[in-house]
Design a protein. Structure first.
Length: 158
């Protein structure tokens, strides 16, 4: 078996966070704002036009896995699974934990998780396309982590 496969998966997962940051800042808040706008300015209904962006990752992930298996290019299979793992993390952290679109993770707590939510709130504070900040999902500015750690320590001392 290929010992390097899980390493490729983890490296792809990490690199996908940076790709997501770039796509969020320059594509979603750029020329495809019309699809992302309803995420910042909510409209009624369970789905958003913004949900279409999962295709930016789902299609390449699927193609890499499928073609990698078909042509025995197992490196590409692991890359595809790394992108898929990021997609799962995105769904769990962004849609479920941060935006509470589903309620099964609403009791999670901790300084890192609080920092993720804080950075995302700061991102959503700006309702327009320009002047945004905190475009990543899992890597948050250290200042939010430090604030959250202090708040969590105060909260748990009670």
């Amino acid at each position: 078996m290929y010992w390097w496969g899980p390493l490729v998966l983890v490296l792809t997962f990490v690199l996908t966070e940076f790709s997501a940051w770039f796509n969020h800042k320059y594509i979603m808040h750029g020329f495809l704002w019309r699809f992302h706008k309803d995420h910042h300015q909510p409209e009624p209904g369970p789905f958003e036009k913004n949900d279409i962006f999962f295709l930016l990752y789902a299609i390449p992930s699927w193609l890499l896995i499928m073609l990698g298996i078909m042509y025995q290019g197992y490196f590409f299979v692991w890359v595809g699974f790394g992108i898929a793992a990021y997609g799962l993390a995105y769904f769990l952290f962004h849609d479920v934990y941060i935006h509470r679109r589903f309620k099964f993770m609403d009791k999670l707590d901790g300084p890192y998780l609080m920092a993720i939510r804080k950075a995302h709130k700061v991102h959503h504070k700006e309702r327009g396309k320009e002047h945004g900040s905190c475009f990543g999902m899992l890597i948050v500015p250290m200042k939010y982590y430090k604030e959250s750690r202090k708040a969590y320590q105060l909260k748990t001392k009670k």
